[in-house]
Design a protein around this ligand. Structure first.
Ligand SMILES: [Zn+2]
Length: 178
C-alpha cells in the first residue's frame, strides 16, 4: 500500500507513525492526529454508442494495459460528479461529445498498480464524428461489434462489451435511433 511509504503529514508536515485506527494499522500524524486513509479512487468509463451501433474505443498509451484497446475512462475530479467525469474523459481522450444515458455497471478494480478504484460505467450516446486521440490515448476509433479487437484492456470484453452482444441485456440499445 502506498500509504505505508508516506513519512510526513500532508496537513502539517509533521512525522507520521503507524498506529491502530479503526481496526487497522494506518499512518497517523503525531502532531495533529490526521489519519492517512487509503481508499479506492473513483473513476468513470464510457460505453459510447454511435447511431450505427458502433462502440468507441481508445488504444491505451499508458499502463495498465498499454497498447490494448479499451473504452475511454479516467479518474473523477473532486469537484465533478461521475457523469460529468465521463463526459470530460471521453472528450479529452477522443474529441467526441456524448450524452450520458444511464449507469450500467460499477466495477471494483483492486489490482491497478497506481491505485485501486471503483469505476462507474455509463452508457452514453454520441452523434458520431471522427475520433481524435487525446491524452493517454494512442488511437481512438469506432468499432462494430463484429470487428472488435481480439484483446481488450480491463474487464472490457466479457463484462462490458459482452452485454451488447446478442442475448446481452444491453443488446436492445443497438437498435437504430431515428
Ligand atoms: Zn499533521
Amino acid at each position: 500500500m502506498w500509504s505505508r511509504r508516506a513519512r510526513f503529514c500532508p496537513l502539517c508536515s509533521s512525522a507520521l507513525a503507524i498506529r491502530e485506527v479503526g481496526g487497522r494499522p494506518r499512518p497517523r500524524c503525531l502532531e495533529c492526529r490526521f489519519v492517512l486513509y487509503e481508499n479506492p479512487a473513483s473513476a468513470s468509463a464510457g460505453l459510447v454508442l454511435d447511431p450505427d451501433g458502433r462502440v468507441l474505443l481508445v488504444r491505451r498509451a499508458i499502463e495498465p494495459f498499454k497498447g490494448l484497446w479499451a473504452i475511454p475512462a479516467g479518474y473523477q475530479e473532486a469537484d465533478e460528479d461521475p457523469p460529468a467525469a465521463v463526459v470530460r474523459e471521453v472528450r479529452e481522450e477522443t474529441a467526441i461529445d456524448v450524452r450520458v444515458v444511464r449507469l450500467v455497471d460499477l466495477i471494483h478494480v483492486p489490482d491497478d498498480a497506481r491505485k485501486p478504484a471503483n469505476v462507474a460505467v455509463y452508457l452514453c450516446r454520441s452523434a458520431g464524428g471522427a475520433p481524435r486521440p487525446g491524452h493517454d490515448a494512442a488511437e481512438a476509433a469506432w468499432f462494430g461489434l463484429d470487428e472488435l479487437p481480439g484483446e481488450l484492456g480491463f474487464d472490457n470484453g466479457p463484462r462490458i462489451l459482452g452485454r451488447l452482444m446478442a442475448g446481452g441485456d444491453l443488446h436492445h440499445e443497438l437498435a437504430p435511433r431515428s
